[in-house]
Design a protein. Structure first.
Length: 471
């Protein structure tokens, strides 16, 4: 018999899914250990995802605004210069502050942090190759897999994170590329493409589909987003697939083709960002030693209570089904611990917001028009443009609109799609409304402070069953 120490719960992976589960388990009085191999907690999101990208998005936006959008505000600026090294330093400071914060929360909640790579020895035991050398092993009454995802590589293009990069390389380039080609017009391509375009690169996005934004974005909103990003200098090649690529010397060459077939074309750039999606990460995890299965897309197979084939082993976050989003991973973490501790838990997968942090931001929750059409669900629309919103006017930031989809009979909110300033904050209100089954009339009859951007949200709701006042 193994001498390994036994815990109530062993978590493999210290990303959002794993660390939130660990803290929640500690709060619930479970004896818990969390194994993480990257040398820092917080996973993709905190180290090479959500957090560093938002730091660069925020600061590159400020830089771009100071360069191009001050004169009409009565602000005269002198010599504006980019100090890329310091911009990266600001990003690193945000990241380190947050990852260290999680270590503190681990201590506070009695979570044991094991630094190393975990793999199943068998159904109950996880071996750990320790980061500082040596090996240990832990047994778990329960085990939670939260090993996350990695960038999907493009066949034939070797990633060196300098010329051919994933989002990770795009978060730490040491100079602004002259020409950047982004393969994939999803969220990563548009967020990271925006950063480098604002800092001075000529960015071209090549997207296989006829619409940017990745899965879920409403077509009307995606069209507006593309128009506004184009105005900022980004170029788009839609309905175009990258067939092959090669990196030689200073340049990367890509062969592209119209998605419907047609004349091939060669594109060249000094940096190519591969942003064609992410895939579940289970390499070296030894799933076979615990008899666990993955599906044809590499996702660990689970039931509605996050249980794998072995009922004491659960799995959450990017490595299993559902949208690859940090807040989805966080909801699942809390629910999984509740299942373990209390026997019940819940995540409402119909009400998970999405935000693209470009400028303007794009945010949505619930169903889009295409989805409602496909399901033959009747709907009515209410819209309100930010150009008619007083706060957006005072901010000289009026691009975009709020679009609401509601049930024609009951006014029940079915979906909300926003492109505009602070859309990512405003979508929280729509999310709450949707979760509570609110009608658009409930929203429109709720007093909203003036002057705020959120009044556009209220007026779009009003427009679904009556008329907006200010448009
Ligand atoms: P991860 O965060 O990937 O964490 C898994 C962890 O497990 C990793 O740290 C890994 O090192 C560790 N691990 C793996 N295998 C082992 C092993 N065998 N032993 C020990 N440790 C192991 N989502 C949003 O909601 N909002 C955003 O703004 C956003 N921005 C993003 C920007 C970028 C550039 C990227 C790439 C992603 C972004 N995401 C965003 C997605 C978000 O990062 C993920 O959905 C989230 O990180 C998933 O959390 P997770 O814990 O499931 O996986
Ligand atoms: P994505 O799936 O959102 O977009 C990938 C895009 O690449 C798709 O539009 C697809 O049609 C296109 N594509 C695929 N192969 C192609 C080819 N050969 N040529 C041209 N285009 C091609 O994936 P992503 O943008 O890489 O993001 C990965 C994950 O990370 C997503 O699940 C996303 O939700 C998450 N993420 C979220 C945020 C956020 O919430 N703000 C930010 C970054 C990443």
């Amino acid at each position: 018999a193994s001498q390994a120490e036994e815990k109530d719960l062993v978590i493999i992976g210290g990303g959002v899914a794993g660390y939130v589960a660990a803290i929640k388990a500690g709060q619930e009085g479970l004896k818990v250990a969390c194994i993480e191999k990257r040398g820092a907690l917080g996973g993709t999101c905190l180290n090479v995802g959500c957090i560093p990208s938002k730091s660069l998005l925020n600061n590159s936006h400020l830089y771009h605004q100071i360069l191009h959008d001050t004169k009409n505000r009565g602000i005269e600026v002198g010599d504006v210069k980019l100090n890329l090294k310091d911009m990266m330093k600001a990003k690193d400071t945000s990241v380190t502050g947050l990852t260290k914060g999680i270590e503190f929360l681990f201590k506070k909640n009695g979570v044991e942090y094991i630094k190393g790579t975990g793999s199943f020895a068998n159904e109950h035991e996880v071996k750990v190759a320790l980061t500082d050398g040596g090996e240990t092993s832990v047994r778990g009454k329960n085990i939670l897999i939260a090993t996350g995802s990695e960038a999907t590589p493009f066949p034939g293009l070797e990633i060196d994170e300098k010329r051919v990069i994933t989002s990770t390389g795009a978060l730490s380039l040491d100079k602004v590329p002259e020409k950047m080609i982004v393969i994939g017009g999803g969220i990563i391509g548009l967020e990271m493409g925006s950063v480098w375009s604002r800092l001075g690169a000529k960015v071209t996005v090549v997207e296989f589909l006829n619409q940017i934004g990745g899965p879920g974005m409403d077509t009307e909103i995606a069209k507006q987003a593309q128009k506004l990003l184009k105005k900022q200098g980004m170029e788009f090649k839609l309905g175009t697939k990258v067939v092959s690529g090669e990196s030689s010397g200073e340049l990367v060459k890509l062969e592209v083709d119209s998605a419907k077939g047609g004349k091939p074309e060669t594109l060249e750039a000094d940096v190519v960002l591969v942003a064609i999606g992410r895939r579940p990460y289970t390499a070296g995890l030894g799933l076979e030693n615990a008899g666990l299965e993955v599906d044809d897309r590499g996702r660990v197979v689970i039931d509605s209570e996050y249980r794998t084939k072995a009922s004491h082993i659960r799995c959450i976050g990017d490595v299993t089904f559902g949208p690859m989003l940090a807040h989805k991973a966080e909801e699942e973490a809390v629910a999984a611990i509740e299942y373990i501790k209390k026997g019940y838990g819940h995540v409402n997968y119909g009400v998970i917001p999405s935000v693209m942090y470009t400028h303007p931001e794009v945010a949505w929750v619930g169903q889009n028009e295409q989805e409602l059409k496909d399901k033959k669900i009747p709907y009515k629309i209410g819209t309100f443009p930010f150009s008619a919103n007083s706060r957006a006017k005072t901010n000289l930031d009026t691009d975009g609109m709020v679009k609401m989809l509601a049930d024609p009979e009951t006014d029940r909110l079915l979906g909300c799609h926003i492109i505009g300033p602070n859309a990512g904050e405003m979508i929280a209100e729509a999310t709450l409304a949707l979760e509570y089954g609110a009608s658009t009339e409930d929203i429109a009859r709720t007093c909203h402070a003036h002057p705020t951007l959120a009044e556009a949200f209220k007026e779009a709701a009003m427009a679904t069953y009556s008329k907006a006042i200010h448009f």
